[in-house]
Structures are given as C-alpha cells and as structure tokens.
Design a protein around this ligand. Structure first.
Ligand SMILES: Nc1ncnc2c1ncn2[C@@H]1O[C@H](COP(=O)(O)OP(=O)(O)O)[C@@H](O)[C@H]1O
Ligand SMILES: [Mg+2]
Length: 857
C-alpha cells in the first residue's frame, strides 16, 4: 500500500470515532465525504460522486457547499441518518502542517435543532431506555429544542414498550448496546427509529439537580440520555429541564392502537392532522400551546382534581368572552419562548430572535394582569411567575427594533447602549459626511460636474471622473483604476479618511458582536424562568382554545360521577359532525350505570355503530383533558384506561392486521381492563368463520360481564348474541335504527333500546352500486330463503343475516333468563353420578326435576 497523505490520515482517525455517522469533513468552502460515506451520500442526495487522488488509491468523494449544508443535512436526517460535522478549528493561514480539525457536533434525527427540520407545533423527542437486563424497564424522553424531559417505569410487555415508543414525534432511541434484544432491533427499524448506543448510565454531576426521584432504572436511563447528548452536542445543555416523572395511574391509559383508532392526533387513513381530534380542538395562538395540546391528548388525566382545575378555567373563559378575546390578542404576540430559550442555551440564537423574546416578554405583564379576571384559578396561574422584567428592559435597551439575522455584521445594538460603540459610530458617520462634502468640494474646485466619490471592496474609496473630463483632473489625484468610460483616482486625504472609517466600522462590528454575546450570556441566566413562563402561557393558550372551540361548537361542561354513571344527552361525534352539514348529525343519548354496564349494539352495516362507540370514547377523552364535550348534558365516570378493538376486517390501522393480532390485543385488553375502564369491541370475531367468531365473541362478552365489569360497548353482526341480554344481568341490547321505504333503506343513525331486526345487507350492496342483476338475483334468493319452511333450518347461518327477528325467533331456541329453579336443577344434573344409580332412581330424579321446573310457571 502506498503512503497516504497526512490529511487523509487525519480523516481516517476522525472517521473511526464516528462509524455510524456520515463524516462531513470541512475542506475550504465544502464539506467533503469520502469512501463508503461518499458513495451512500451521493446516492441518497443525488449528488455527483468524484474521486480524490489518482490510480488505485483514488478515494471516492463527494461534497456539499458549506453555505447550503443545512439543506443536505436535513435531508439525510429525514432518512434517519446521523451526521458528524467536522470543522477546521485553527486558521489555515497560520497552521503548520495539516489544519487541525475536530467534530464539533453530531446531528442526529432525535437531536436536530434547526428550524427547518422540526415542526413548530409538535414536540420532537429522543428517548433512552434502561433496565432491560433486570426487567424493570425505564424510559426517559427529551425534546432537545425545548429542554422538556419526562420518563418513568414502563412495563416490560410489548404493548407497554409500544405505548412508550410509538408516541408522536419520537425519532431516535438510545440503548445500551449489549442489552438490545435482536427482535426489538428489527421492530425499531421497521418503525423507522434511529437506533443509538450509549453505555454510560451514571448521572453526570452537573445534571444531578434535574432528577430528584430515587428510581435507579429511571436514573440510569436519564444518565444514558445525558451522556449521549453531551457526546453528540458538545456544548451547553443548560436549558434541559428537570425530569417530570410520569406516574401511569395519574393518567388515562391508552395503548397505541386505541390512540390511533380514536384519531386523537392523526386521522386513520391518511395519518394527517386534519380529521383528528387535535385538529378540531386546536385554536391555540402559540406554538407552545399547540405542543401542550398534543401532550394533553397523549396523556389525558385520571386525576379528578386536576381535570376540574382545567374545567373551571375553561368554564370561566367560555362565559367571559371579553377576557378570552383579550388573552387571544395577547397570546398572538408571544413567540416560542421554549425554543428560543433552547437556542439561547445552545448558543445559536441571533439578535432577531432575541427581539422576538423581547416582544414576548412585553406581552407577559398584560397576560398576567388579565388572568385574575378568571377567578381564583386564574390568580393561581400568576403566582410564582417571574415576568423577567429586568431581562425585558435589558433587551429593550440593547437591541434595535429590527436587527439583521447575521450577528457579525453589526446593526444590532441600539444607540445609547454603549458609549464606545457610539463613538465609533460617530466617527464612521462623520467620515461619511466628510466624503459627501468632499464630492461637493472637488466638483467646485475642478469644475467637473459628474465627479463622484464611490467605494468598492478591492480599491476602497475613490474619486471617479468620466473619460471626457480627464484633462481637468488635478495633479494631486493618483490614478488607481481604468474603466471603459471613466477613470478612478485616490488622494492621500481620501485614503486617510478611508482608514479611519474602515477602522471604526471594523471595531464597531467586533464590538457589536461582543455586546450581543454578553446580552446573550445574560439571557442564559433567565432560562429556567423563561421555561416556567412558557409553561404557564402554553397552559392558558390550550385552555382558551378549549373554551373557544367549546363555545363555537356548543359543547357542555361534563360532570364526573363517583358511581361510574355515564349519562349523555344528545351527544355527538365532534369530528364526524364537522364533516356533515350543520344539523345533519343525529345526536344520540347514552345511558350506562351499575345495572347497565355493557351495551350490545346491533344494526345494519353503515348504520353508525362504530361512530357511536368512538363518539363515547372521544367524549371521555375530551372530558379528561379538561375540555367541554359535544352533548347537551354529560355525566361521565373518570376512566382509568380505554381499550378499543376493531374487528380484523375493519382494522385500518395496521393494514397487515390478522385475526391473530386481533386476538392478541383482545387478550391484552381483558388482562389489563378494570371495572373503571372503558372497552370498545367493534365487530370482534369478524375475522374468522361464523361459528368460531360468534363463539369467541360470546365468551369474550361473558368474561367481561363476569370478571371485569368494565363499561363495554360491543357491536356485532351476530344477531344470535342478542339473546345474551337475557342471561347476563348488566348487559343490554341497543340498536342503531334503519328503516325501509319503497325498497330503499334509510339510515336514521338513531340509537334505540333493544335489538335490530333486519340487516339490510342487500341495500348496502345497492348503495355501493353493485350491478342490478346481482341485486335482483340476491332479492329473489332472499325471498326464497324467507319462505323456506322453518324445519329446513337454513336460517341458522347469520352470515346471511337477512331474516327478520320474528322469523328468527321461531328457528332459534329462545333463551329465558335463568331462574334459581333452573340453576338448582342444572346443579343436580351436573352432580349426579349416573354410573352408580339404578334406572329407577334415575326415573325418580327426572320426575323431581320436572316438578321443580313446572312449579315456577
Ligand atoms: N349519528 C350520526 N349522524 C349522522 N351520520 C352518521 C351518524 N353515525 C354515523 N353516520 C354516518 O354513517 C357512516 C357509517 O357509520 P359507521 O359507524 O361506520 O357504521 P357501522 O359501524 O354501523 O357500519 C359514517 O361514515 C357517517 O358518515
Ligand atoms: Mg362499523
């Protein structure tokens, strides 16, 4: 092998430390990539692959210009890659040998801070795990842009891990290398997470104050996070906030499936914000507010006091339109304090952003003055809030109204802020006046009317005279540059003044930069206070949004029942309602209590069964985030968990859904649900054959009835199951009504007591525009079936669910609720040892049973 150049040696040394990242190696105005990095980047970024060096040793290479690097970085990050940015850390002019280079930061999908890569209204998380080796899994997540961190212990079941990791906005997960199970790795990659490793899990001393809990697993996960962040970011993380410990019992728990299925933050089909509950409720005015709303929806409360606290404020805001409007106006002028604070700590804030901070701080006192109008809860919000007056004053004094984005070119600092700066300014301005006077004077002196004084980067200040006037040029003009139509000159006086002006400007720029840095430093000290302020403002913003939407959409304040009663009058599905014309949505009542815990919902396809069930769950979620709900009156239990299971055929979420998945999830729901949970089981058992499915559906309902007692909504197309009402004490039939009129089915979307009597399958087929011949043939067959003598018994198969209830009744054995006599007889039969009795004893026993059973009628 031939000798490699010292620079390539440097490259290899650095690259070896960052094997899992693209190394962006700074060479002049470019970041260059070499070898495998180059080949992969050229493909991913569609840029030209070249070579450095000659012959066999030529290294594949590609590069991106320094000035547009941010763009390329964002694209690679988007694809889940990491990028180590390697800069020249000494001046190439003075360097001896190869210029020293160092990685100054590793940009990763979970740590990117650049504005164009993170959405303003959503958090952007990186997570760290610990405790995989001893089954006490802890999870910590951080949003580096805002410094927010939360975490806690999670169960070690797949669903627990999913619940934690498949949260919105998580991009990257940090593990201890040895402990990452290989099946997880696959799963994480499919879910498009970037996987990172960090072994060190000791909490660094500098950050001990961020965790006051005592759980060793949580501490380890947080330690891992902090080491990883320190290693990749290589700068101050002073904006990291204390870890908020998540106590699952404090929150309404929902697994990933349920969150998606209820379309809380994204629509099912398109995964878009539009069509989600979040979209409906979001009338926030600040980015902080909309991020908080996101978190509210991610974790509705299970703590009544906290919910009622929010409700009280929302209620005030609904009633007091004036205060609401005032707050909305004030909030509009508040910028993203949290992310600004993050950029201050991170050291990449510019003057324009500090002005945004100032504008926000100017609003704060007004907000603080407005809040007490909302009563005690409003006053409470203003306690412990520091409006950072001194900082505001400082920023007002230091920064001009509209500073540039660049921080090294001056123009940021206000006149009167710093004496020396003002002197330089004056010198530079005097110089400029001198120059414009000079133009005037020289015109007079020489008589050249079009003589002018100008400036360019190469020659500095000059005097320009057109070719025609050249003979009039005085002797003390020194010729400097010749143009096609003009000649440029300098004079000693002019050069001296130029020196003075340029010197003043250079000093001015340096001084402005220094002053800006010191103001930025001062701002640093306010970070925790700014974050606290941001939280308060986000909270107010969220609640005013609830109030605004609640008023516009005629929502009501729900009450919480200690008796686990659910009573909704004229309730609506808030999102479906908006897709229909005003007033077109059919409102429905719901009544459930301790005598009525399970509802079995029947009705034809498209009647509105699924909508009704989801509506109830969504209303519960809305209530538990503190919002009002779409109903005329609402009383609700405070649920601890919500589960939803959607029959395989209806399952849009996983796409790949199989009957097995459905059953696994049902198993999970049955294991986790309590009497305080809400269960939605929509067409469970649909994914398998009729009798199988029906048997399963039935045993599941029986199990919930007998062992869990959760509030359950169970929709089914198995009409046979409606007989359960007679057997299961707290289960009741309801149906979504449809009517037939002149051969057409009319969906009334009205939920009523009792079971449905028809299935209307053919009508739905007709709605779907199946060919007329198919429809007619089906009608004819239906007629035939309906007129078949009962003994043929075809009517048993509900896959052809076309029989009216009346007919069905004749073919299905009708089951009455079991009486004590029935139970007693059944017990005797069960207990009887038939191998050890005589025929006569058997006859006697049968006679007795007959007597017992007849006595009750
Ligand atoms: N209460 C209602 N008022 C008006 N339209 C409704 C109502 N409930 C449902 N719908 C409409 O009927 C369609 C079918 O509802 P869905 O709940 O999917 O029926 P099912 O589950 O019974 O097949 C929905 O897309 C919606 O447009
Ligand atoms: Mg349905």
């Amino acid at each position: 092998m031939s000798k490699i150049t010292p620079m390539m040696q440097q490259y290899h040394d650095i690259k070896n430390q960052y094997p899992d990242a693209f190394l962006f190696f700074r060479l002049g105005d470019f970041y260059e990539l070499f070898f495998d990095d180059a080949e992969l980047a050229a493909r991913e970024l569609e840029i030209t692959l070249t070579r450095r060096g000659k012959g066999d040793d030529a290294a594949p290479m590609c590069g991106v210009p320094y000035h547009s690097a941010e763009n390329y970085i964002a694209r690679l990050i988007d694809k889940g890659y990491k990028i180590a940015i390697c800069e020249q850390v000494e001046d190439p002019q003075t360097a001896k040998g190869v210029v020293k280079r160092e990685v100054i930061r590793v940009v990763t999908p979970g740590t990117i801070m650049e504005e164009r890569a993170v959405t303003a209204d959503a958090n952007h998380y990186i997570a760290a795990l610990s405790g995989m080796d001893h089954d006490r899994l802890a999870y910590v997540r951080t949003d580096l842009t805002t410094g927010e961190t939360d975490g806690g212990i999670i169960g070690s079941e797949v669903t627990d891990i999913e619940k934690a990791l498949l949260a919105d906005g998580l991009r990257e997960v940090i593990f201890p290398r040895e402990e990452l199970p290989s099946d997880w790795e696959k799963w994480l990659k499919t879910a498009a997470f970037t996987i990172s490793y960090e072994e060190n899990e000791d909490m660094p001393d500098a950050y001990l104050h961020l965790y006051d809990g005592s759980d060793p697993s949580v501490r380890a996960a947080f330690g891992r996070m902090l080491h990883y962040l320190a290693r990749t970011q290589k700068r101050s993380l002073a904006h990291l906030q204390p870890l908020a410990t998540i106590e699952p019992r404090e929150f309404l728990q929902m697994d990933v499936h349920t969150r998606r299925n209820l379309e809380l933050t994204a629509s099912l089909r398109e995964r878009k914000k539009k069509g989600s509950l979040y979209h409906l409720l979001d009338d926030t005015k600040t980015a902080m507010g909309s991020r908080m709303l996101h978190r509210f929806l991610e974790r509705p409360l299970a703590n009544k006091r906290e919910v009622e606290r929010r409700q009280t404020l929302v209620h005030q805001l609904v009633d007091d339109m004036l205060t609401r409007a005032q707050l909305q106006d004030q909030l509009k002028n508040v910028y993203d304090l949290e992310r600004l604070a993050g950029r201050v700590a991170y050291g990449n804030v510019n003057a324009r952003e500090l002005v945004q901070l100032r504008t926000s701080l100017q609003q704060v006192p007004e907000i603080v003055d407005t809040l007490p109008a909302l009563g005690d809860e409003g006053v409470r919000l203003t306690e412990d809030v520091d409006v950072c007056e001194a900082l505001r004053e400082r920023l007002e004094a230091a920064l001009v109204d509209d500073p540039p984005i660049a921080i090294r070119e001056g123009g940021m600092i206000r006149r009167g802020f710093h004496e020396e700066l003002d002197e330089y300014r004056e010198a530079s301005e005097n110089g400029k006046t001198w120059l414009s006077n000079l133009e005037h004077q020289e015109r007079e002196a020489t008589g050249i009317k079009n003589l002018k004084v100008g400036y360019n980067r190469v020659f500095g200040y000059y005097i320009e005279i057109s070719k025609a006037q050249l003979p009039h040029a005085p002797d003390h003009f020194e010729r400097k540059q010749t143009l096609t139509n003009a000649e440029r000159f300098i004079t000693p006086d002019l050069k001296e003044m130029e020196n003075r002006i340029l010197e003043a400007e250079e000093k001015m720029e340096q001084l402005e930069f220094d002053l800006f840095k010191s103001v930025r430093e001062e701002t640093n000290a306010y970070i925790p206070r700014l974050q606290q302020l941001a939280q308060m403002i986000a909270y107010v913003d969220c609640l005013q949004s609830f109030a605004q939407v609640s008023e516009e959409r005629r929502f009501t304040r729900p009450r919480f029942s200690e008796q686990r009663t659910m009573s909704l009058v004229n309730s609506r599905h808030p999102v479906v309602e908006t897709t229909l014309e005003r007033g077109a949505y059919v409102a429905n009542d719901v009544h459930m209590d301790d005598k009525r815990e399970q509802l079995l919902i029947t009705g034809p396809n498209m009647a509105g069964k699924s909508t009704y069930m989801r509506q109830i769950a969504i209303i519960s979620v809305m209530a538990q985030i503190g919002c009002f709900v779409p109903a005329d009156e609402a009383t609700l239990p405070l649920f601890d968990k919500i589960f939803t299971r959607i029959g395989a055929a209806d399952d849009l979420v996983s796409g790949q859904s199989t009957f097995m998945v459905e059953m696994l999830e049902t198993e999970h729901a049955l294991k986790e649900a309590t009497a305080n949970s809400l269960l939605l089981l929509d067409e469970i058992g649909r994914g398998t054959s009729t009798y199988d499915g029906m048997a399963l559906a039935r045993s599941i309902v029986e199990y919930i009835h007998g062992h869990i007692g959760a509030k359950t909504l169970f929709s089914t197309h198995y009409h046979e199951l409606t007989v359960l009402e007679e057997e299961l004490e707290t289960l009741w039939n309801v149906h979504v009504r449809a009517e037939e009129e002149a051969g057409e089915v009319i969906f009334l979307h009205k939920v009523e007591e009792g079971r449905a009597d028809k299935s209307y399958g053919i009508h739905v087929a007709q709605l779907a525009h199946l060919p007329d011949t198919v429809i007619e043939r089906a009608r004819a067959l239906l007629d035939e079936y309906e007129n078949v003598p009962q003994e043929n018994g075809i009517a048993h198969d509900e896959q052809l669910p076309l029989f009216t209830y009346e007919e069905e009744k004749k073919t299905t054995r009708s089951v009455k609720k079991e009486t004590p006599e029935d139970a007693e007889v059944a017990k005797q039969i069960r207990d009887m040892d038939i191998l050890n009795i005589t025929p006569l004893e058997a006859m006697q026993a049968i006679g007795n049973w007959q007597k017992q059973l007849r006595s009750k009628t």
